[in-house]
Unconditional design. Structure first.
Ligand code: MN
Length: 232
């Protein structure tokens, strides 16, 4: 280990259900759109190939957190997503081998400053400020593949203050998990610790300070976070 001029930052990590050990997070990749009904609700062609954006590893935050309403937005949106946790490195992974690189799964919320995203799209600017802000990637406890298997179908849902807003099924994924992992690995060499948020079903919408977000994926797990007052 080299010496550092400042203390190295803490390693970002996610809880593992039923384990004391945590899953160290290396990078966070997110699929831009992956459910036909959500692609349509945002006015996009559902046949487009998947594309990716990223969030910093330390955007991840555990289930149970209170997340201050972020700056620069008046339209913070929730997007419930199945999260894939990569356990084995791979570059240009063939589709048929892709699932062997998955360590486990989780349930995440891709928090999005939708107004900044709309501005970025119009101006053909990067999405970073709309997607990659502090605490923008809450993720519930991971479940290892040995327990969950590789989910192909199952309800994926999100509620605000107990009222269901997003209600889909993994069977609606335009690009199933193996495709997402394989296609992502064409752009980068995937590494243990990488998380992939796999896209959100229809029903995205705004959240306000004080809102309690709950969600889950059948057979995978659940998440619960509260949106707090803006940081002062
Ligand atoms: Mn998303």
């Amino acid at each position: 280990m080299p010496d550092f001029v400042l203390a190295p930052p803490a390693i970002a990590s996610v809880a593992v259900a039923g384990w004391a050990e945590r899953f160290a997070v290396r990078r966070i990749f997110c699929v831009g759109r992956n459910y036909a009904a959500h692609a349509r609700e945002l006015g996009n062609d559902e046949r487009d190939p998947p594309f990716f954006f990223t969030k910093p590893a330390d955007a991840v935050v555990d289930s149970g957190a209170v997340i201050p309403y972020p700056p620069l937005t008046a339209n913070l949106h929730h997007e419930i997503e199945l999260v894939v946790a990569i356990g084995e490195a791979g570059f240009r992974i063939p589709r048929a081998e892709a699932l062997a690189h998955v360590w486990g799964y989780g349930v995440g919320v891709d928090l999005t400053r939708r107004d900044l995203q709309d501005q970025a799209k119009k101006a053909a600017r990067p999405w970073d400020w709309s997607k990659a802000f502090d605490l923008s990637a809450p993720c519930g406890p991971l479940i290892p593949v040995a327990k969950s298997g590789h989910p192909e179908k199952g309800r994926i849902w999100l509620a605000i203050n107990g009222e269901v807003r997003q209600d889909g099924d993994l069977a609606e994924l335009i690009w199933p998990i193996a495709d997402v992992v394989s296609i992502c690995s064409e752009a980068v060499e995937l590494q243990p610790g990488d998380l992939i948020f796999t896209g959100t079903p229809a029903g995205v919408g705004a959240v306000q300070p004080g809102d309690r977000i709950t969600g889950g994926v059948d057979g995978v797990g659940a998440i619960e976070v509260t949106i707090g007052q803006p940081q002062r």
